[in-house]
Design a protein around this ligand. Structure first.
Ligand code: SF4
Ligand code: SF4
Length: 190
């Protein structure tokens, strides 16, 4: 992909890195096939290639992030499934990080948005907080219909079986037969 950053912009190491990443992209669109948000929403801007264009435009023009930029970049799950199908080795995860950094610096989020982001920041990284949120969700589930839209969806998505969700603590397991390799298994994130 052709880029047109000025020399002054390229003096910023973040912009220089974004520029290097962008130049690997050949617009092929293979990445869309493995992007869950593109599969669900069917919008080019909700796929990796569309987000790459949005990030390129924000950074190149050095303009504040718009509502459209934020909407589509916020929807990215950072999974990063798109990187598994990119034939060109585009480091999308670093690029979206540059995009998010730019959004954080130039976009003013509304009160509701800031509230939800603070809640997620409190709940998601801490196991105890997450368990507490699960309990609260199952407690208010019967009255979920009365909750405001986004909260209602979150409550409905919360597991109904939080009591059965055993936390797997780190452990080492002996091989059932002859040991050939040693592997680490990630049991899941959230
Ligand atoms: S990180 Fe995941 S959600 Fe984001 S663009 Fe790539 S595949 Fe889509
Ligand atoms: S698959 Fe890679 S090279 Fe092709 S559009 Fe997506 S990011 Fe760009």
């Amino acid at each position: 992909m052709q880029t047109s950053f000025s020399l002054a912009q390229l003096n910023d190491p973040n912009i220089a890195d974004a520029n290097d990443i962008l130049r690997y992209c050949v617009h092929c669109g293979f990445c869309a096939a493995t992007c869950p948000t593109h599969a669900l929403l069917g919008d080019e801007l909700d796929g990796p290639r569309g987000r790459i264009y949005l990030i390129k435009d924000m950074l190149e023009q050095d303009r504040p992030a718009s509502d459209t930029d934020v909407l589509h970049i916020d929807r990215c799950l950072s999974c990063p499934s798109c990187m598994t199908t990119c034939p060109s080795g585009v480091n999308y995860m670093h690029l979206v990080g540059h995009g998010r950094r730019h959004i954080a610096a130039t976009y003013h989020r509304g009160l509701v948005d800031r509230f939800y982001r603070s809640v997620f920041g409190w709940v998601l990284p801490d196991r105890q907080h997450f368990k507490l949120a699960q309990r609260l969700a199952s407690f208010v589930r019967p009255i979920a219909v009365f909750l405001p839209g986004r909260l209602r969806k979150m409550v409905r998505l919360a597991s109904k079986r939080h009591k059965e969700n055993k936390v797997v603590t780190p452990d080492a397991f002996k091989a059932a037969t002859n040991q050939k390799y040693r592997v680490a298994l990630l049991t899941g994130c959230v």
